[in-house]
Design a protein around this ligand. Structure first.
Ligand SMILES: Nc1ncnc2c1ncn2[C@@H]1O[C@H](COP(=O)(O)OP(=O)(O)O)[C@@H](O)[C@H]1O
Ligand SMILES: [Mg+2]
Length: 246
């Protein structure tokens, strides 16, 4: 049974069709990559799934719940978490406090301050930030901030996590670390949907790939299948929208 099911999702902004009739499913335990040229609707798709935007049409089912149009905090409580393309930790809180805030949006209530701190520390260990637990978030590098954002999302104990360009702005080593981390999240039993421009990561980490172009799904398949799909190749190499790096 699929964990997430998106049917006929359509979202328009004034004069612009950002998503048109997009349908796909994600099985529990899977890593699905969503790729597409800049402006193809990837972030909008995440915004609609997580309740930050209302769709014009379509239906989103998570587990056995219809979550279409529900408020973001309720969707998060059901076990669907996200990280943002532009990460925004609470800069004037410490690293561990940021994670404890994430816990407040979680599936279950934390049992007391001490316990919440211990749990947050566990998650920080998981993302390799435990040694920075008591530093202020504003002292972190970009790569560390991304891992903090991930820790914050994981603190909500999601069943599925949406990652929007986790690897953007990371150097080679940091990208490798992020790839390993995505695999560890999957191995922990959390289903992953990731918007990613770094093709090396898409090829190495994802089980399946969904390709968006100008708001429409143009391909879906294994990484090997989609990279040799003529429509996908022309979407990326075409004169408009192609970014070249993905
Ligand atoms: N809140 C918004 N209001 C108006 N237009 C938007 C809004 N969000 C996104 N768009 C437009 O929708 C299209 C898809 O954007 P986006 O989903 O961010 O693309 P991607 O993440 O694939 O780069 C773009 O043309 C973008 O300018
Ligand atoms: Mg985007």
């Amino acid at each position: 049974m699929s964990l997430l099911r998106v049917q006929g999702l359509t979202k328009s902004f004034t004069g612009l069709m950002a998503l048109y009739q997009v349908s796909f499913e994600v099985a529990a335990g899977e890593v699905l990559a969503v790729i597409g040229p800049n402006g193809s609707g990837k972030t909008t798709l995440f915004n609609v799934i997580t309740g930050f935007l209302r769709p014009n049409a379509g239906r989103i089912t998570f587990g056995d719940r219809d979550i279409t149009g529900r408020a973001p905090h309720r969707i998060c409580r059901h076990g669907l978490a996200r990280i943002f393309q532009l990460v925004k930790p609470f800069l004037e809180l410490t690293v561990i406090q940021n994670v404890m805030v994430g816990r407040l949006y979680g599936r279950e209530r934390a049992a007391g301050q001490k316990r919440a701190r211990a749990e947050a520390l566990d998650i920080l260990r998981f993302v390799d930030l435990a040694e920075l637990a008591d530093q202020m978030a504003h002292t972190l590098t970009t790569a560390q901030r991304k891992r903090l954002e991930l820790a914050r999302a994981l603190a909500a104990q999601p069943r599925l996590i949406l990652l929007d360009e986790l690897m953007a702005g990371l150097n080679m080593t940091e990208t490798e670390e992020a790839m390993a981390l995505v695999r560890r999240i999957r191995d922990r039993g959390v289903t992953v949907v990731m918007v990613e421009h770094v093709m090396r990561a898409v090829m190495a980490v994802s089980d399946r790939v969904l390709v968006l172009c100008a708001g429409e799904k143009i391909a879906e398949g294994t990484p090997a299948e989609v990279v040799r799909d003529p429509e996908v190749i022309s979407a990326y190499l075409g004169d408009e929208g192609g970014r070249g790096d993905a």
